[in-house]
Design a protein around this ligand. Sequence first.
Ligand SMILES: [Zn+2]
Length: 626
Amino acid sequence: MNVSRRRFLAASALAPFASAARPAAKAASVKEAVAAKAQPFDLASVRVLDSALQQMSAHNRDFLEGLEIDRLLHTFRLTAGFASTAEPLGGWEKPTVELRGHFTGHYLSACAQMSVSDGDTLLRGHGNAVVAELAKCQKANGNGYLSAFPPSFFDRLKAGQKVWAPWYTIHKIMAGLLDMYVLAGDEQALHVVCGMAGWTKRWTDSLSDDDMARVLRVEFGGMNEVLYNLYAVTGVKDYAEAAHRFDHESFFAPLAEGRDNLKGLHANTNIPKIIGAARRYELTGDERYRRIAEFFWTQVAQHRAYATGGTSNDEHWRSDPDQLAAELSYSTQECCCTYNMLKLTRHLFGWSPEARYFDYYERAYVNGILGTMNPKNGLTMYYVPLATGYWKVFASPRDSFWCCTGTGVESFSKLADSIYFHDEDGLYVNLFVPSALDWEEKGVYIRQDTGFPRQGEARLQIRTAKPVRLTIRIREPYWTDGKMTAPTVNGTPVKAERAAGYWVFDRFWENLDELRISLPMKLHSQPMPDDDNLQAFLYGPMVLAGELGREGLTAEMQSGGDNPPELTHPAAAPELRSGLPIEPVERSPMVFRTKGVTPEIRLIPFHQVVDQRYAIYWRIKPAAAG
Ligand SMILES: [Zn+2]
């Protein structure tokens, strides 16, 4: 096939952004028992081109780069018997707080992710430096143990005495080290995490199953997940055996039988265990663990999530499924839960690539991740208040270090994650985000341009040195209501199959071919499952927030310290009439207003709300009876 000169020139001008900065990613040593039907691209292959997302990423990078390494290491060094004169960090990293050290683990994961997603060699170097110092601490401890608190915490755990969550913290450190190895190629990090896994194996081996069952009552993060991941990387069976000890059977058993046992449980304690179950299925092929993961996901994403895609109230699932109307508070939707549910969703999509997974993912990503960073300074949230009249509270730079500060720096280190998946034949376009994909294996570069959500359209341009056969699948979001108009290639309408919620374009693509799709958005409401007259309003996937002003709000009230503050004195919002009581404001994209109430209230996308009170769920007057 002839390639025109114009096309040839454009193709030769491709800038494969990935290869230059890409650290050598480490291949797995154990072959997965379950072949994924779709896989995410690695973070080095995708770049976000959206300026708001780039700004968030830059804020996150500044925060990470500004963290003083000696402060991150302070309590690790003291625990290992070294002197340290660094000023201790505050919040949950204080030397007296039992969770200390957890953030250093998240920090390593974030540095590893930034080193690939952003080609950030400075942060990779910071990560390498922290790994090297942690290795010294581990060597001084002498038995593989590595933590910012002493091993006596584990004695207390074993004895059933009160202690916060030592395994939770160890999980974060192990996951950070493993990320530094797998993503950033740091061999020393693998050595250190294997030492920790060896200590873990010996500790768990010393416990009977009954003792272990008691230990598992205390939050342990994703210890099963990280040990399965380490087994996958190294092939060392001991790590898989240690992982099994953290598979929480009393929690899994009802889920395997399709029973929702979640009422009363702490939400974020349990989501990571399910990610571990997902890894067990992938590595062993044991269908039971797939059932557990799929049933859990369905219950949480579809029966226990708010319109924003978030879950939990006061960190717990406090009600039966589909009973959420009484759950709205200022401490709904812990950010860690959203982070972990997105991670879990990726696994389920890999097993069964269906649009419904990314319908959920998109909603949680837009409202529950993007909406949780302060765009002025990059600080992130803990809870996302969903009761009317509250406001967003952001962490303090050095005096919070909450669990969600940790998952926050990870989330904003991988904003391009999961926009695209692939299989051998082609591509899944899951999210509508201006972005570029450099698909090295296929020699294809794909650029997605979209003004979404301001404009209901997306264009994919293919750049290739020679014509290439690819199946491009584009998600048909649930919120388009089946109203996407016929897609075009180079301006000509084309036929496409529809399967599993995706438009499927299977053809040869030539250089500079352009695929255009419409993304018609409309206003719609989402009532609470147990109260039709309590409704949130959405435009496409974006939850809208009524702007309730700043009255009585001070800077102190919007900033957390050691812990997120208790919020009091919420503002009220008016009842709205039934039907669709809001409408777009002319000539103001993404701005809406209430109808039929005085004064009218403006609504904007929730993820753009920063420093004011807001309303998400509105009380609706029942339609007049007679
Ligand atoms: Zn959290």
